[in-house]
Design a protein around this ligand. Structure first.
Ligand SMILES: CSC[C@H]1O[C@H](OP(=O)(O)O)[C@H](O)[C@@H]1O
Length: 352
């Protein structure tokens, strides 16, 4: 049983193959950018922050043994490889923003005559390695702010029942998680009565990954089928919904795992506050609203089969968008490492 999705030391990267969870724990070596692209595209590693971190670490591993190239050559290689990594999956913005920052860093280091090729490489790789520790730090802050936001609506010190969708925990980040980080913080402060997690068809991030994390940490939880959310809210008092994000547009519209939008609609109908938990690296201020977000469509086989077992009639057409967009009007707040913001107030915390 391991919740460590990423194992990294300078020059060496392994990722936990999430396609095999929860029944098998197997790590895969990532030797460079080609491997990085493949494990992201196949969803052996997934989750917006983890995609960015693993993608960039795959470049760091590839660069590490290079003691011959000039700064100029490294910089040229870097831009091409980062743009290639960004193409592995189109919806989550984190890897694109990380790539932009790293290309800017490479340009700055290249332009500084006093910086040797050796220092260039050290500073560049060090910047990527910092992503690991920053992500965990940011997730702990998201957890704390999210806990505060949910509990402020609760009378006294009674515990809460919450719902989450997909997987936003240690398996989707460098550790602790975003929406699941809020749930971990509620549990740690003894204010969590119960968490309900949806199975999240067709990849089953909830049934296979979130349930795995919750059971591992003995957090009181119940798995439900995606189509049970309205019945759950009709029969039980749910105090809040907390989900993650792959890309938040400037107006607060949020792309997240398919099924999120309808949960937000049901939450509105039942007057349950619906929160998005995401680091600032998931917010794309270059997109004015959610309709502009590119939604990845995945292979039919992810719907028609579970493993090698076919569950859908041969010949049926499939539509398999991996994400949908929840309008800002359905979102009570966006929980970030800098605090909780109204969806229409993101410009107060992020400009690019
Ligand atoms: C903190 S992970 C954010 C986000 O990523 C997941 O998508 P996928 O499993 O396809 O990478 C899901 O939408 C999570 O909410």
């Amino acid at each position: 049983m391991s919740l460590e999705s990423i194992k990294y030391t300078r020059g060496s990267l392994e990722i936990l193959d999430q396609l095999l969870l929860p029944l098998q724990t197997r790590y895969i070596k990532v030797r460079g950018v080609e491997d990085g692209w493949k494990v992201i595209n196949k969803m052996q590693v997934r989750g917006a922050p983890a995609i960015a971190i693993v993608g960039c670490l795959s470049l760091a591993v590839e660069l590490s043994p290079d003691n011959e190239s000039s700064k100029k050559n490294m910089r040229q290689e870097i831009e091409g490889k980062l743009n290639y990594l960004v193409s592995a999956r189109p919806t989550a913005v984190n890897i694109k923003l990380a790539a932009d920052e790293l290309i800017n860093l490479a340009n700055t280091l290249c332009a500084e005559d006093s910086i040797s090729a050796e220092i260039f490489k050290e500073r560049f790789i060090g910047s990527i390695e910092d992503m690991l520790t920053k992500d965990i730090h940011d997730n702990k802050a998201i957890g704390s702010f999210g806990c505060e936001a949910i509990l402020k609506n609760i009378d006294g010190d009674s515990p809460v029942r919450v719902l989450t969708h997909c997987n936003t925990g240690s398996l989707a980040t460098a550790g602790y998680g975003t929406a699941l980080g809020v749930i971990r913080s509620l549990h740690a402060t003894k204010r969590l009565e119960h968490v309900f997690c949806t199975e999240t068809r067709p990849y089953n991030q909830g049934a296979r990954l979130t349930a795995y994390e919750l059971v591992h940490e003995k957090i009181p939880s119940t798995l439900i089928v995606d189509s049970m959310v309205s019945a759950l809210m009709h029969t039980r008092k749910i105090h809040a919904v907390i989900v993650g994000a792959d890309r938040v547009a400037a107006n607060g519209d949020t792309a997240n795992k398919i099924g999120t939008y309808q949960i937000a609609i049901v939450a509105k109908y039942h007057d349950v506050p619906f929160y998005v938990a995401a680091p600032l690296t998931s917010i794309d201020m270059s997109l004015p609203y959610g309709e502009k977000i590119k939604i990845e469509e995945r292979p039919d086989r992810e719907m028609t089969h579970i493993g090698e077992h076919r569950i859908a009639a041969p010949g049926i057409n499939c539509w398999n968008p991996s994400f949908d967009v929840t309008p800002a009007s359905l979102i009570a707040g966006i929980i970030t490492e800098k605090g909780v913001f109204a969806p229409d107030n993101l410009k107060s915390v992020k400009t690019t």
